[in-house]
Design a protein around this ligand. Structure first.
Ligand SMILES: NC(=O)c1ccc[n+]([C@@H]2O[C@H](COP(=O)([O-])OP(=O)(O)OC[C@H]3O[C@@H](n4cnc5c(N)ncnc54)[C@H](OP(=O)(O)O)[C@@H]3O)[C@@H](O)[C@H]2O)c1
Length: 183
C-alpha cells in the first residue's frame, strides 16, 4: 500500500465542488487509489431539476467512474451527498448533517468556486471568498481535522507577468471587499 493510501485508511473526507471538473476527478482518484477510505461527504445542491441523489447517480454512471466501480464495487455506499448551497449565509446545511460533518471529517478539499472570469464581483466574492471563509470557520470546529485543501481560483494574480509560488499581499484589504459586498 502506498503511503498516500495508508494515510487515507479509515478517513472521512469532505469535498465541495464534487460535481465540477476538478472535484469529479479528485473523487475518482481517491476512490480508485485509496480503497480503505471510510466515506466521502460531498456538498451538493439540487440543480436543473435533478435531486442530490440523481446527481450522484449521474456521476457514478459516467465513463470516468468505470474503473472505480471495478476496483471498488461498493463505491455508492461510500459517497454521502449532503445538501448545501455555498451562497447561503449558513451554507444551508441541516443541523444533523452539520453535526455529523463536524464530528467525523478528517480532511477537507474545497473545490467549489465560480471560474467565470466575467462573473459579477458580488457573486465571485460571495462564492470564492465568503463561502471559503465560512468553510474555514466550520473547519476550525472539527476536532479530527488534519488538512484543509483549498483549490483556489486560477489566474488570481493575472496582473503579474511572472508569478512565484508565494502568497502575494492583497492590494485591497480583503475585509473591505467583503464589507462592500454587503452595501
Ligand atoms: N479546471 C482547472 O483546470 C483548474 C486548475 C487549477 C485550479 N482550478 C480551481 O479549482 C476550482 C474548481 O474548478 P473547476 O474547474 O472544477 O470548476 P467547475 O467545473 O465550474 O466546478 C465548480 C463546482 O463548484 C460548485 N458550486 C458552484 N456554486 C456552488 C454553490 N453555490 N453551492 C455549492 N456548490 C457550488 C459547482 O456545483 P454545481 O455542479 O452545482 O454547479 C461545481 O461542483 C476553482 O477554484 C478553479 O479556479 C481549476
Amino acid at each position: 500500500m502506498s503511503t498516500i493510501a495508508a494515510f487515507y485508511e479509515g478517513k472521512s473526507i469532505l469535498i465541495t465542488g464534487a460535481t465540477g471538473f476538478l472535484g469529479k476527478v479528485l473523487m475518482e482518484k481517491l476512490f480508485r487509489t485509496c480503497p480503505g477510505l471510510k466515506v466521502i461527504y460531498i456538498l451538493v445542491r439540487p440543480k436543473a431539476g435533478h435531486t442530490l441523489q440523481q446527481r450522484v447517480v449521474q456521476i457514478l454512471n459516467s465513463k470516468l467512474f468505470e474503473k472505480v466501480k471495478e476496483v471498488c464495487p461498493n463505491v455508492h455506499e461510500k459517497i454521502r451527498a449532503i445538501k448545501s448551497d455555498l451562497n447561503h449565509s449558513d451554507l444551508a446545511i441541516s443541523k444533523e448533517d452539520m453535526q455529523e460533518l463536524l464530528s467525523c471529517t478528517d480532511i477537507i478539499f474545497h473545490c467549489a468556486a465560480t471560474v467565470r472570469f466575467d462573473d459579477h464581483l458580488r457573486h465571485a466574492v460571495q462564492l470564492n471568498v465568503i463561502a471559503t471563509q465560512k468553510l474555514l470557520l466550520m473547519a476550525s470546529q472539527m476536532p479530527k481535522l488534519k488538512a484543509f485543501i483549498h483549490l483556489s481560483t486560477a489566474f488570481s494574480n493575472c496582473n503579474l507577468k511572472h508569478i512565484d509560488e508565494v502568497v502575494y499581499p492583497c492590494p485591497v484589504e480583503p475585509k473591505k471587499i467583503i464589507d462592500s459586498m454587503e452595501c
